[in-house]
Write a protein that binds this ligand. Sequence first.
Ligand SMILES: Nc1nc2c(ncn2[C@@H]2O[C@H](COP(=O)(O)OP(=O)(O)OP(=O)(O)O)[C@@H](O)[C@H]2O)c(=O)[nH]1
Ligand SMILES: *[C@@H]1O[C@H](CO)[C@@H](O)[C@H](O)[C@H]1NC(C)=O
Ligand SMILES: [Mg+2]
Length: 506
Amino acid sequence: MLRVSIKFRRLRDRLMRCNAITLCIVLAIVTVTVVIRGLTNGDEDDWFKFSNEDISAPSDSVFFEGCIDTHEYLRDDQYQKMNASFVMLTRNEELNDVIKSVRSIEEHFNQWFQYPYVFLNDVPFSEEFQTRLRSESRASMEFGTLNKLDWEFPEKIRESFAFQHALNDQGDRGIMYGSEESYHKMCRFYSGLFYKHPLVQKFEWYWRLEPDVEFFCDITYDPFLEMARTNKKYGFTVILPELYWTVANLFRYTRSFIRQNELKVGSLWNLFTENYQILETEDSLLASRVNCDDDVEPRLSEKVAIDHMLDTGNPEDEMGLRYLIGRSKAKAPIQPDKFDDQEYNLCHFWSNFEIARVDVFNNELYNSYFQYLEEQGGFWRERWGDAPVHSLGLGMLLDIEDVHYFRDIGYRHSTIQHCPKNNLHGQLPYTPAEKRFSRHSWNSPSEGFETGTGCRCRCDRRKSDIEDTAFHCMDRWTELLLTDREPPINALEVEQRIKFDYLHSN
Ligand SMILES: Nc1nc2c(ncn2[C@@H]2O[C@H](COP(=O)(O)OP(=O)(O)OP(=O)(O)O)[C@@H](O)[C@H]2O)c(=O)[nH]1
Ligand SMILES: *[C@@H]1O[C@H](CO)[C@@H](O)[C@H](O)[C@H]1NC(C)=O
Ligand SMILES: [Mg+2]
């Protein structure tokens, strides 16, 4: 099923990139079909949905399908507790939402594993905050305060007219959180500073948490250990597209950083970028006018006819003349967000959940990337989120197989959620490590599926899964795991074929 869809998606990508009219027609047909189907049987599960599919691949799949016996797993000689902690930046006022998140992660995971917590705040945590949280877990907790330089924008910037104007302007333009200074600070902090905090640096791994998040499934194994065993460096549970206007110039600067440092990006880069370099050619005029497959034949036919006229020096060559005039009048197609033949597709790992090695960010390359972005002022001139910044940084540094999709971890933050289907065969009875986490029998898990990955997930099926709504990003992820990228088209080969036809038809 998935392989068929790969062919379909190639076709669709081609249509989308080149031909707005065709796209409109296709969309119209799809809409009509959806309406008709809705009227006739309404069985939406017949449609292709990622949430119904098995997407496991040799380079990445869930560590376990369904549950494992945690007590046995922990007793095993091979088990070792990892050098890891939870990390959460939060405010005193958010205490109740913080408790909700901690209760959820304790119930679904940490009651068995006892990983410590690190809480960070720009002002000191209150006594109440600390005591109430300590009563929520047997694991140790540390409460850190950020130093001012890590949190505030430099004074010179803060006091500039440009700074206030940039924030007001983002507010006027309706950019989500664009006028909130603290949101900008938060994004900047998570982009390039959290992993430098001494409390975070005490560990080799971290699991980022936020207030008011919810976990839906039991995580019966140790994600840090399984990542280490399979050589994974970064794990996510949601991938989705960013709001364009928050990052309008991020990719431009990212490309220029890559160019200045002559970097060779990792294969993960392909998850986040559209590639316009589909022709292998030295001819830059030709390359600039070919952005998609549909441009190849027309642009090369034009070139063959013009070259032929110039070679033969025949001014009566009507076809050649017509093409030459046409080409000199034509403007190069404008792709405003194309840099070095690439464009950011806006996909990013949703960074309010991350399980990763601290050194995936704390390394020379990523640090200088952050430094470069900081110098461009994008954390206040625009509202660059830590999620797209992390993703593009990781894209440079990592290969696709360095990343793990925690598809079996059901997660909700704000209104977006991923709740996996339960694995049909791999369910085990729940055995809490603490009495306060006992469950009522009426609170039973959702039904199981052959392709499911989850362990005792309880999902609200009325809510749609981000795997299905952020289809394009999931599509890219699975495409990269399952297929090789199409090689560029050799311009010379196509040109020779066209030339042959051209000379033999004249
Ligand atoms: N200490 C502190 N923490 C902050 C501040 N701003 C944001 N945070 C924390 O940073 C995290 C993300 O900020 P939020 O404002 O919740 O951003 P969000 O989750 O994208 O947006 P919501 O959907 O509105 O929750 C949360 O854990 C906040 O508690 C701040 O000014 N001080
Ligand atoms: C954990 O990792 C940190 C950072 O790499 C290191 O400084 C620390 O010594 C480690 N702790 C243990 C107990 O191994
Ligand atoms: Mg939040």
